[in-house]
Each structure stands twice: as structure tokens, then as C-alpha cells.
Design a binder for this molecule. Structure first.
Ligand code: ATP
Ligand code: LTN
Length: 327
């Protein structure tokens, strides 16, 4: 089976962009891929974190994955920090990565904006740790949203460079970007991607939003001018709302547009909020059940880490030999 790997940052919530861009595609991959999936707690600390919140968020992320349908028997589900080979390989890769290529990373440029020289080394090296995550496990495909493509390309470049300099060691991974819904846009600004760190909560629908909040956020979502419920390049707001509707109901955008010919924006928004809430309710119940069983969650993560560690240790031993530090 093809080896796939993906990861999510631990946060206190996930939004529907994370769901359609990362979580759902990963769950679907389990059918015909050997999947590794982990919670990148060491990536999370590239920005300040409160320790007690971080601990809770790691467990919440695990609960969300499991509720989404990740099967820990077939998928290796674990915490990044539990497998120290990730940071060890990141160091080795730091020594072949170039400052210039890291400076070109658009996520770094966005996150470092306005911070000047006070930006952390961790944030700068973030893509190198991500490359280590990927290369440790002979990963063939990396399912991510569009925004992470550049990071996967860096992992490819580093694999190729290492193989060239030290001999064939790493599999060169390929990013797998989902076509529809690869980029869910902000409800308050359809020109920018939906984002956890948006200044306003009106930007996103959290998987944990209650029904009233969903109704309010959808009602308040920015729309395009005119009166037709139709997407297209000139209609970013409706393209986004229709994409969300389509992803949830598994109906084509064209079919939905046809259904709403002659109807009001308010009809469409009311229905969209309703389908969202019907979809969210059972998912939220499942997440809550997993969160309430903390010891089970920890046991699943430990078991996953044990399996991951075996693979990572083998690969890291080879890396030490190749670079000449193994005596
Ligand atoms: P931040 O606000 O810090 O950028 P985020 O909400 O964008 O956070 P990430 O933790 O960066 O979330 O991304 C987690 C995963 O979700 C990644 O695979 C990413 O590509 C995907 N993702 C994030 N936002 C979206 C989006 N708006 N549409 C589709 N996929 C997304
Ligand atoms: N940078 C990614 C998370 C991430 C990841 C990875 C994704 C860290 N390591 C390895 C895929 C493979 C993000 O913020 N979404």
C-alpha cells in the first residue's frame, strides 16, 4: 500500500477549512493507503503556548481525529514530541537547508510580518521540522491543503539533496492537494483563507460551534453584489458558500445553483446553516465522548508512538551512518 502521512497542529478548535482541507481527506486515505497521522506539538510551540492549554489541545486533536473516523488499529496515530527522532532529523536537515530557501516560505513571511528580528528560530525552522516529519517514514504522498504545498516541496528538495550528497536514503514525497474545498475561504473575507488565527471568530465555523452561533455566522457572512445565488470567478463569496454546501451535502455546485434560482440570499443562508448544524451535531457528540475518556486517548497515542518510533529509529540510524557520525 502507498504510504501517506499528514499532521495537524493541536489547537482548541478546528474549523471546517481544516476539516475539508485536511481531516476528511486523511480519513478517506485510510481505505487504500498506509497512513501515519500525528499531532505536531513541537510545531505548535513555534508560537507561545500555555502549557496546560497545550496539553488539553493535544488530547482534543486526538479526539477530533478519532471522531472523524481515524482507525488507530490501521493508522499510526501519535504525538510528534513522543518520537524524538523528528527533532533529531530536523537538526541534520537544518544543516543542508539554506537560509535563502527558508526565507522564501510564504507562511513564514506571513507569520513573521512586523516582528523584525524578534521572530523565533523555531518559526524560521518550522518547514525543516516538517520535512523531518515526512522523510522519517518513507512517505510517498502528503495530503494537505494548498497552503502547505510549498512546505512539502521543500521536503522534496531536502530529500533529493540529502540523497545526492550522502547516497539514496529518503523517499521523495509528493503533495496531494484536494481539488474541491482545498481552500475554504473566510466568511468575513472570501479573498483570504478561513483561518484559526483570523482576528474575528466571524471568519470561520468551528467544528464545536453551537447551532445558534452557526446561524449567526452564516447570516453574517459576506455576500457578492447582485441577487443571484451563483458562484464563479467574479463571485468569491458565493463560490465559497456553495463549495461548503456542496462538500457537506455531496451535491454538485451546479445542482445547488439550479435549486436556488429565483430564491433570496436569506433562503440560501438559512438552509446552509441548517445543513451545517445537522452535520455538526453528531460529530460534536463523538468528539465530546472521546475527550471524556482521557486515559483511552493517551493509551491510543502511546501505542501509536511505539509503532512510529520503531520506523523512525531505523531510518535515523541509517542517517547517522550516512553522514558519518555513527562509529
Ligand atoms: P492558522 O490560522 O494558524 O494558519 P489554520 O486554521 O490555517 O491555522 P493550520 O493548522 O495551518 O490551520 O492547518 C491545518 C490543516 O488544515 C493544513 O493541512 C491546512 O492545509 C488545512 N487548512 C487550513 N486552513 C484551510 C482552509 N481554509 N481551507 C482548506 N484547508 C485548510
Ligand atoms: N505544517 C502543517 C502541519 C504539519 C504537517 C507535517 C503536515 C507538520 N508536519 C507533515 C503534513 C506532513 C500545518 O500547519 N498544517
Amino acid at each position: 500500500m502507498i504510504k501517506a502521512l499528514t499532521a495537524l497542529q493541536p489547537t482548541n478548535f478546528f474549523h471546517i477549512g481544516n476539516w475539508f482541507g485536511a481531516i476528511e481527506p486523511a480519513v478517506a486515505l485510510q481505505r487504500d493507503h498506509k497512513l501515519s497521522m500525528f499531532i505536531v506539538d513541537y510545531h505548535a510551540i513555534t508560537v507561545p503556548q500555555k502549557p496546560e492549554e497545550l496539553r488539553k489541545n493535544i488530547l482534543f486533536a486526538a479526539a477530533t481525529y478519532l471522531a472523524a473516523g481515524i482507525d488507530p488499529k490501521t493508522t499510526t496515530l501519535f504525538q510528534q514530541s513522543a518520537v524524538s527522532e523528528h527533532t533529531e532529523l530536523a537538526w541534520v536537515l537544518n544543516c543542508i537547508a539554506k537560509v535563502g530557501e527558508l526565507e522564501r516560505m510564504t507562511q513564514f513571511k506571513d507569520k513573521a510580518k512586523g516582528k523584525g528580528e524578534s521572530v523565533s528560530m523555531g518559526l524560521f525552522g518550522y518547514p525543516v521540522l516538517m520535512a523531518a516529519d515526512i522523510l522519517l517514514y518513507d512517505t510517498e504522498v502528503v495530503p494537505v491543503g494548498e497552503d502547505q504545498k510549498q512546505h512539502v516541496e521543500l521536503a522534496r528538495d531536502l530529500a533529493i539533496r540529502f540523497n545526492r550528497d550522502f547516497g539514496e536514503t529518503f523517499v521523495v514525497p509528493v503533495p496531494k492537494i484536494r481539488e474541491v474545498g482545498a481552500r475554504i475561504m473566510g466568511l468575513d473575507d472570501p479573498m483570504k483563507k478561513m483561518s484559526k488565527s483570523a482576528p474575528s471568530a466571524k471568519n470561520y465555523i468551528s467544528l464545536m460551534d453551537d447551532a445558534d452561533t452557526v446561524v449567526k455566522k452564516i447570516k453574517g457572512a459576506v455576500t457578492d453584489s447582485g441577487s443571484e445565488i451563483r458562484g464563479g470567478n467574479d463571485r468569491p463569496a458565493f463560490s465559497n458558500l456553495l463549495a461548503i454546501y456542496s462538500l457537506i451535502t455531496h451535491r454538485s455546485v451546479e445542482a445547488i445553483e439550479t435549486e436556488y434560482i429565483g430564491k433570496q440570499y436569506s433562503d440560501f443562508k438559512g438552509d446552509l446553516a441548517e445543513v451545517l448544524n445537522l452535520w455538526l451535531a453528531p460529530l460534536q457528540a463523538k468528539i465530546k465522548t472521546f475527550v471524556e475518556h482521557e486515559n483511552d486517548l493517551k493509551a491510543i497515542l502511546n501505542e501509536g508512538a511505539q509503532r512510529a518510533r520503531e520506523q523512525a529509529q531505523r531510518r535515523m540510524k541509517q542517517v547517522r551512518e550516512r553522514i558519518g557520525v555513527a562509529l
